[in-house]
Design a protein around this ligand. Structure first.
Ligand code: SF4
Ligand code: SF3
Length: 541
C-alpha cells in the first residue's frame, strides 16, 4: 500500500504498512483499485460525451459514491469496496458497448475482471506510485483529492434533488486527465485551478440544496448537555439522513443528538422544530472513542470521519451511505428513497440515556444569509475600529498533538478580532467563551466544511460593501487546518476565488512535491504555520 492523502500520513510522507487512520493495507489497495476502475469508467463516459451521447444520471451518482467511499475515514470494509469495483466493471462494459470508437480507450477503461483473486492481485499493483515523476504525481493527486471532496459535496446535494450534469462531466473528465501522460505540468496546474472553479460550483449547489430544503441557518444556541431519555447520536455531514432520522424518531421517546460535523444541523429552521432534537454531544470526530462509549446509545455515521470502533461499542455503530466497517450494520437507501431507521430506533430504546460529559451552550448559525443580515452592524464595527481583523480558521480537526496550536492561537488573538469558521476545526476553540464585539460573537460558525462557501460569500459581500477591487485587500487573514480531502476542495476553491496568503497546517500536505509547493507559495503565498507567537505577529499585527 501507499497512501498519503490525509494530514495524518505516516512520517508526513506516506502510509506504507497500515494506515495511521486504521486502514489496513489490503483495504488501501482495494481503494486504489476502485480509483483505478473509476478512472476507467470516467474515461468511457467522457468519450461518450465527446460522441454526443448521453450519460445516465445514475452513472454520475455511482461515480460520486465510489470517490466518496475512498475518502479518509469513510469506508474500511473490503467486501463493500470489492463489490463496488465489480459493479463498476459491469457498468463500464455496458457503457463501452455504446461507444462508436473504442480504439481510443486506455488500459484503465478496458481492464475487466470479476475474479476476486485476480482483482486483489491487481489492487497491489495500481496506485499513487504508478506515476514516477514526482511533480506530475503531486498535481495528479492534488486534483484527485479535490475531486473526492467535490464528489462528497455533490452526493449531499444530489440526495436533496440538486444535481448538475455539467459538474459531473467535469469531474469525470478531470479524473480521466489524471491518467493522461501527454499532459504537461502547466496543463495539470490549469486543471487544478479548474477543479477549484468546479469546487466553488459544487459548494454553491450544496448550499442551495441545504438552504432550499431546510431554510437558512440562523443564530442558534445549541445545548451541549443531555436529557434523561434513550437517544441516537448522528455524525457525519448528510443532512438528508438527519432529516429522515428526526422524522422517524418523532414520538418514539428516543432523543436525537449531533456529533462532530453534524452540529450545524442544529442551526437549520426545519430541524429546530423537533422537540426531541436535543443538541450536540461531544466534540470533533477524533474524540469519538470516548464519546461514543459514554453516549450509551446507538450512533449513526452518515459520512466520514469514522474511527475503527472498539469492541465495547461496535454493536452500537450503524453506517449508511458511503461509510462502512465490517461488523457494523449498514443502513441502505439510495437517491429518492426513504431509509429505514427502525432497527437503530429499537436499539436506542434498549439503551441507557447518554452520560453527561459537559453542560451549557454553544452559539452558531452564521452562514452567509445570517451574517449578511447583520452586515450593517459588522460594517459599522469594522469602520469604527471595534473589529480590526477577521481570521478564517475553517477546516478539519484531528488527533495530532500539535493541533493544540489552534486553541492557543484562538486564545492569543487580540480582542478586536473575529474568527470565521466552518468544519470540525472549530472544536479547538468553540467552547472557549471568547466573548463578543458589540454583540457580534468572536467566533462565527458558518457550519460544516462545505459551508466554507458561506465564508467566501461573506468575504465577497464585504469586498462589495467596502468597494475594494481585490478580495485580498479585506481585513481577513486565513489560518486553515486540514485533515482529509474535503479540505482539499475547499482550499482549491479559495485559490480559484483569488484568495492569497493562506496559512495551512498543522503540516503541509505530503502530496505536495517541492515544485508544487513552490508554485503554490510563489503564486498564492501559501505558507505553513509557525509558533503561535510568530503567527500572531505575522498575521495580526
Ligand atoms: Fe494514511 Fe491518511 Fe491514507 Fe489513512 S488516509 S492510510 S492515515 S494517508
Ligand atoms: Fe472533519 Fe472528518 Fe474534515 Fe467536514 S469530520 S471537516 S475531518
Amino acid at each position: 500500500m501507499f497512501c498519503f492523502q490525509c494530514q495524518e500520513t505516516a512520517g508526513c510522507s506516506g502510509c506504507t504498512i497500515n494506515g495511521v487512520c486504521g486502514k489496513k493495507a489490503a483495504t488501501a489497495n482495494l481503494q486504489d483499485l476502485l480509483i483505478y476502475t473509476t478512472k476507467g469508467i470516467s474515461e468511457v463516459t467522457t468519450n461518450l460525451r465527446k460522441e454526443n451521447k448521453e450519460v445516465d444520471v445514475e452513472v454520475n451518482r455511482i461515480i460520486r459514491d465510489v470517490l466518496f467511499t475512498t475518502i479518509t475515514n469513510a469506508n474500511f470494509d473490503d467486501k463493500v469496496i470489492l463489490n463496488k469495483v465489480k459493479s463498476i466493471m459491469d457498468i463500464k462494459e455496458e457503457l463501452i458497448s455504446k461507444l462508436d470508437d473504442r480504439s481510443v480507450l486506455s488500459e484503465y477503461a478496458v481492464y475487466y475482471s470479476k475474479d476476486e483473486v485476480e482483482l486483489r492481485e491487481k489492487s497491489e499493483n495500481v496506485g499513487v506510485l504508478d506515476t514516477e515523476n514526482e511533480d506530475i504525481r503531486s498535481l495528479r493527486e492534488l486534483i484527485i483529492y479535490g475531486l473526492k471532496g467535490m464528489a462528497a459535496y455533490l452526493k449531499h446535494a444530489g440526495v436533496l434533488g440538486f444535481e448538475n450534469s455539467e459538474i459531473d462531466a467535469f469531474l469525470q473528465k478531470a479524473l480521466t486527465a489524471t491518467t493522461d501522460d501527454n499532459l504537461t505540468l502547466q496543463d495539470l496546474i490549469d486543471l487544478t485551478m479548474e477543479t477549484g472553479k468546479f469546487g466553488v460550483d459544487s459548494m454553491a449547489l450544496l448550499d442551495n440544496a441545504n438552504t432550499t430544503s431546510y431554510g437558512n441557518p440562523e443564530i442558534t444556541k445549541v445545548n451541549i448537555g443531555v436529557r434523561n431519555n434513550p437517544a441516537i447520536l448522528v455524525s457525519g455531514h448528510d443532512l438528508k439522513d438527519m432529516e429522515q432520522l428526526l422524522k422517524q424518531t418523532e414520538g418514539t421517546g428516543v432523543d436525537v443528538y449531533t456529533h462532530s460535523e453534524m452540529l450545524p444541523a442544529n442551526y437549520y429552521p426545519k430541524f429546530k422544530k423537533y422537540d426531541h432534537f436535543v443538541g450536540n454531544y461531544g466534540n470533533a470526530w477524533w474524540k469519538q472513542k470516548e464519546e461514543f462509549e459514554s453516549f450509551n446509545g446507538p450512533i449513526l455515521l452518515t459520512t466520514n470521519c469514522l474511527v475503527p470502533p472498539s469492541e465495547s461499542y461496535k454493536d452500537r455503530v450503524y453506517t449508511t451511505g458511503a461509510v462502512g466497517f465490517e461488523g457494523c450494520k449498514h443502513i441502505e437507501g439510495g437517491y429518492g428513497e426513504e431509509k429505514d431507521f427502525s432497527e437503530i430506533i429499537e436499539h436506542a430504546k434498549r439503551c441507557n440515556s447518554p452520560k453527561e460529559i459537559e453542560t451549557g451552550e454553544i452559539v452558531g448559525g452564521f452562514a452567509h444569509n445570517q451574517v449578511i443580515a447583520l452586515a450593517d452592524k459588522i460594517v459599522d464595527a469594522v469602520k469604527s475600529g471595534a473589529i480590526k481583523k477577521f481570521v478564517v480558521m475553517a477546516g478539519c480537526d484531528g488527533r495530532q498533538k500539535g493541533r493544540s496550536y489552534y486553541t492557543e492561537f484562538a486564545k492569543s488573538l487580540p480582542e478586536d478580532t473575529v474568527i470565521l469558521t466552518a468544519g470540525c476545526a472549530k472544536y479547538r476553540y468553540n467552547k472557549l467563551n471568547l466573548g463578543d464585539i458589540d454583540g457580534i460573537p468572536r467566533v462565527l460558525d458558518a457550519g460544516q466544511c462545505n459551508d466554507s462557501y458561506s465564508l467566501a460569500v461573506i468575504a465577497m459581500k464585504l469586498q462589495e460593501v467596502f468597494g475594494l477591487d481585490d478580495i485580498n485587500e479585506l481585513p481577513i487573514v486565513y489560518n486553515i487546518a486540514w485533515y482529509e480531502q474535503k479540505a482539499v476542495i475547499v482550499l482549491l476553491s479559495l485559490l480559484y476565488l483569488g484568495v492569497k496568503n493562506i496559512h495551512l497546517g498543522p503540516t503541509l500536505p505530503a502530496f505536495l512535491s517541492e515544485n508544487t509547493a513552490k508554485f503554490l507559495v510563489e503564486n498564492f503565498g501559501i505558507a505553513g504555520i509557525g509558533t503561535v507567537e510568530e503567527d500572531i505577529e505575522k498575521l495580526i499585527k
